[in-house]
Design a protein around this ligand. Structure first.
Ligand code: PXL
Length: 269
């Protein structure tokens, strides 16, 4: 039997599990599949949560998470890595150790501190470890507004936070505006201590669970397809927005993005 002549580019997510299926590695794998890539996953934590909020989480042993990442990276030519929930500083240190062995693979980091419902997905020390150890290895950092302000030392507004986070080592910083106010969502892109682009989107009426995961995973998928950062960001913002336009209410809380909206609506992907 003939095999495929070409393969799908592979993307690895290093992230937490969300049993509701809305966020976390479940969201990443759906997004990877929807965008024509093959998703691999290394689990950092198992969360207990629904569409309303987080009840708790259990961290994996970082050695086991890194063993998952290493067997994948040694076997499969991974084209991009997406990092989501890291949970604690030990997990950051372990991830950095693996990334140092693969300096050519672009990294998208969603610096997860809390879930959509507000519940914490991080313990003390995570913020500092991400800032000091991980940011210098990050191609695109995707904080929402509150995360950007929490991460950037001393910043009291979003442009200052964007500048500080590129200074801390992230090559590009995309601060998303979903948590802001106003009819338009303002997403701000920074590079090399400069504010280089603003992407405006219509603000949608609901609260969503897993929108940040979808965005970061979509950027990683774009990079895996060989896109440069700016087109990868623009396409991922558009894809995420459309997945939210088609979101559905399944539980009692936030709505879930439809990462396969194009398959159901007949729209272009
Ligand atoms: O969207 C942030 C996020 C990341 N990772 C996991 C999550 C969430 C939000 O709920 O559950 C595992």
């Amino acid at each position: 039997m003939a095999g495929r002549l070409s393969t799908l580019p592979a993307v690895l997510t290093i992230a937490g599990s969300d049993p509701s299926g809305g966020a976390g590695l479940q969201a990443d794998l759906l997004t990877f599949a929807s965008l024509g890539t093959h998703g691999c996953s290394a689990v950092t934590a198992v969360t207990i949560q629904d569409s309303v909020n987080v009840r708790g989480f259990t961290m994996m042993d970082p050695l086991d998470t890194m063993a998952q990442a290493r067997v994948v990276l040694e076997d499969i030519s991974v084209q991009a890595i997406k990092i989501g929930m890291l949970g604690n500083a030990q997990m950051v240190e372990a991830v950095v150790g693996v990334l140092l062995d693969y300096p050519e693979i672009p990294v998208v980091l969603d610096p997860v501190l809390a879930a959509g419902g507000g519940g914490a997905l991080a313990v003390a020390g995570l913020r500092e470890a991400m800032l000091d150890l991980l940011l210098p290895r990050v191609t695109v950092l995707t904080p929402n507004g509150p995360e950007a302000l929490a991460l950037a030392p001393g910043a009291d507004n979003l442009p200052a936070a964007g500048h500080a986070l590129t200074e801390a080592g992230a090559e590009y910083v995309l601060i998303t505006g979903g948590h802001g106010q106003g009819a338009q969502v303002e997403n701000l892109l920074f590079h090399d201590r400069q504010w280089v682009e603003t992407y405006l989107q219509e603000r949608l009426p609901h609260r969503y669970h897993g929108s940040g995961c979808t965005l970061a995973a979509a950027i990683a998928a774009g990079l895996a397809h060989g896109l440069l950062v700016l087109p990868a960001v623009a396409q991922a913002l558009d894809y995420t927005h459309r997945s939210l336009v088609h979101a559905y209410a399944l539980g009692r809380g936030q709505w879930f993005p439809d990462r396969f909206f194009w398959a159901r609506s007949g729209e272009e992907r």
